[in-house]
Design a protein around this ligand. Structure first.
Ligand code: GLY
Length: 349
């Protein structure tokens, strides 16, 4: 078993990575519980694959296990879905001592975490991520929340889990598309923080080494969020490729998935920064090659001006400045602040 510890001002917790850990998750969850009730939140796809394994492991310890299954899909990252979780918690008489287990991908973790942060002003929650994207990124660091009609993640809370359990075997049931989607975030970690990881991804078979790759990504994530839990500085680097990526996601009416948009976003922003001399020459080509190796499409199918407009509007509020994350070379990143009005010129340079 591989173990990492995340040490934030709000909470210190472990990330445990082991094949088959779903079947003995009780061993790690039980010591953390203050109450007897556990609500497993999962979606309509994941429930068919993994719910019984987690549920049975907890039931054999005499816990009162309730389940809440929501329809799979990004559209469910909505306050109404969270309200339905509150209702299930109330109907099953959950108190502040009880616990939510999020079993699934990023949407499941985000809405379950937000329900946990707000039900009775905060109950414990545990993440069991089952997609590559949630295993390497969203299950760690405590970003929880929902989308509103005005934008993604506009309502939420920083709320750290008590534990993150990762079973790399769950990746076997991911489609190639969703495996590649997660690789968008994996490549991001190499770009912003670790040339060694980037080169490892270039030279090695990804699926054969996925456990080691997850570990290396999470080492970076744990270090970054331990230093800057609430994104007042360093944590911003985790948003590399996201300003332009979110814009592409929105322009595609969410027909493109998050990780594939992050890949396109990384390419686009690095293309501009390379032209402006802010990034070492050749990085775009390296990122493009690695994305292609991982099955990620790097074509940009929207006009740059539309992407710039959409990105500018995504960052709402009175702030006239935009913090964009750039890399100076593979493995090293920095924050570049520009006026919002100059973003289109920056991107089209
Ligand atoms: N996914 C970026 C972050 O957790 O900050």
């Amino acid at each position: 078993m591989k173990k990492l510890t995340v040490n934030t001002p709000s909470n210190t917790y472990d990330i445990l990575i082991e094949r088959g850990i779903l079947d003995n998750c009780d061993k790690f969850i039980l010591p953390l519980l203050s109450g007897k009730r556990v609500l497993i939140v999962t979606d309509s796809n994941v429930c068919k694959l993994y719910l019984n394994r987690v549920k049975n492991a907890l039931l054999k310890r005499g816990l009162l296990v309730a389940t809440h299954i929501f329809t799979a899909g990004e559209q469910q990252k909505h306050i109404d879905t969270v309200e339905e979780i509150y209702n299930t918690l109330s109907e099953n008489e959950f108190t502040r001592k009880d616990c939510i287990v999020a079993l699934g991908g990023g949407v499941c973790g985000d809405i379950s975490g937000f329900a946990a942060a707000t039900y009775m002003r905060g109950i414990d929650f545990i993440q069991i991520p089952t997609t590559l994207l949630s295993q390497v990124d969203s299950s760690v660091g405590g970003k929880t929340g929902v989308d509103t009609k005005y934008g993604k993640n506009l309502v939420g809370a920083f709320y750290q889990p008590k534990l993150v359990l990762i079973d790399p075997d769950t990746l076997d049931t991911l489609t190639d598309h969703y495996f590649a989607d997660g690789m968008g975030e994996v490549i991001k970690y190499g770009c912003i923080y670790s040339e060694e990881l980037f080169e490892f991804l270039e030279k090695n078979d990804i699926k054969e080494n996925i456990e080691e790759i997850i570990l290396q990504c999470l080492k970076i994530k744990a270090e970054v969020v331990s230093k800057d839990e609430k994104e007042s500085g360093l944590r911003m680097i985790l948003n590399f490729g996201h300003t332009t990526g979110h814009a592409i996601e929105k322009l595609s009416a969410f027909s493109l998935s998050h990780g594939e948009c992050v890949a396109k976003g990384m390419m686009l922003i690095t293309l501009a920064s390379e032209k402006l001399g802010l990034t070492e020459q050749g990085c775009v080509l390296k990122i493009a090659r690695l994305c292609q190796k991982c099955g990620l499409d790097t074509d940009i199918n929207f006009p740059l001006h539309d992407i710039a407009d959409s990105a500018k509007n995504d960052k709402k509020g009175a702030d006239k400045k935009l913090n964009i994350v750039l890399i100076d070379k593979i493995g090293s990143s920095f924050i570049h602040t520009i006026d919002k009005k100059d973003f289109a010129r920056f991107l089209c340079s």
